[in-house]
Design a protein around this ligand. Structure first.
Ligand code: FNR
Length: 330
């Protein structure tokens, strides 16, 4: 297919399904077990509607997309989530995400199970480009220290520790994550360590108590625990039970975000930026240009959808624009 025929993010799923070897597509597309969390991640956005406001000046909304994540400037409140095995989409693998993210001035978080090494990924960066690094940890402290040191030496600006996948491969260490363990890790590096995979208000509160600088609400794209809640549901619970959390740590969120409206619902609750996984993996069938196209399309959707909700600036969107009672017609 031609890249210009791709007019929305779901088109890239279609392209990948048709043009990647089936087993590569299946690896990206997979959800755990009966895939109810995978489906819920996509469908939950349809259960919550906006409360739009009309007659607001929306002419400058495009200028309001830029934001910061851990103090770093980006052109939009969305980023490329860490996903393993970039080679399944394109022979250049993760290099296309690094370069695409540089061109679109958004954050990229490479996976600890990437096709390229940490050094190769960070070597592909543009000058001044901010890239974080996701890591899976082993039971061996020497190995962990080496991963931290390699990430720092390669130029990573922050680390992401994924806690929602404790029993896959050698991730048993994360099963013992308690918060003392987080402190131990944080003492092994001067890079900030973000915790990815928070799925309850209780754990979000604990992260705040333990001074985690940013958390990612995520059920791993519905690939780990089938039955895990979506980021939107967790964000709504946080908003209702402990809204101060959104000011106490930077809250990021991912899972099923495919439309500008999906992202806006999360931003309305206080989420700082949203991550997209599969849309970017699929876009890599077109190489770096595909990655750039997703960024461009999603920025446009955010601006147009924000204007239709009735905010003059994305910074003005808040929970008052969202009906927090799920509709029954979905
Ligand atoms: C992932 N995800 C993931 N997360 C992580 O922390 N480390 C990893 O190595 C991977 N690997 C991975 C591979 C593939 C193929 C997918 C689809 C996902 C989870 C990822 O970071 C993110 O949470 C989800 O992808 C978000 O959901 P969507 O946008 O794919 O629906």
């Amino acid at each position: 297919p031609e890249l210009k025929a791709m007019v929305g993010l779901p088109d890239f799923d279609w392209a990948a399904r048709n043009y990647l070897p089936l087993q590569n597509y299946t690896y990206y597309r997979n959800g755990a077990a009966g895939e109810s969390s995978y489906r819920n991640n996509l469908e939950v956005f349809g259960r919550y509607t906006f409360i739009p406001e009309v007659m607001n000046d929306i002419t400058k909304i495009e200028d309001s997309l830029p934001t910061t994540i851990l103090g770093h400037n980006f052109s939009a409140p969305f980023y490329i989530s860490p996903c393993a095995y970039g080679f399944y989409g394109h022979p250049n693998g993760e290099a296309n995400f690094v370069k695409g993210a540089a061109a679109g001035k958004i954050l990229y978080i490479p996976s600890g199970y990437a096709s390229l090494s940490i050094e190769e990924i960070h070597a592909a960066k543009a000058e001044g480009q901010v890239v974080f690094q996701q890591l899976y940890l082993t039971t061996n402290d020497t190995e962990i220290q080496s991963l931290f040191d390699r990430s720092k030496a390669a130029g990573a600006d922050a680390l992401v520790f994924t806690v929602d996948a404790p029993i896959f491969g050698s991730r048993h260490r994360a099963a013992r994550l308690d918060w003392d363990y987080y402190h131990k890790l944080q003492n092994m590096t001067d890079l900030p360590i973000i915790v990815k995979g928070i799925m309850s208000v209780k754990d979000a509160k604990k992260a705040v108590e333990n001074k985690v600088p940013a958390i990612i609400l995520s059920n791993h794209g519905g690939r780990q625990l089938d039955g895990a809640p979506s980021a939107l549901e967790v964000a709504i619970d946080i908003y209702k039970e402990a809204p101060e959390i959104f000011n106490q740590t930077e809250v990021l969120a991912d899972g099923g975000v495919r439309y500008g409206t999906d992202a806006l619902k999360l931003l309305a609750l206080g989420v700082k930026a949203v991550g997209l996984g599969r849309p970017f993996m699929y876009s890599n069938v077109f190489g770096q240009e595909g990655v750039e196209r997703v960024i461009e399309l999603f920025k446009k959707e955010l601006a147009v959808d924000g204007a239709n909700v009735g905010v003059g600036s994305l910074k003005d969107i808040n929970a008052g624009f969202l009906n927090l009672s799920p509709n029954s017609w979905h």
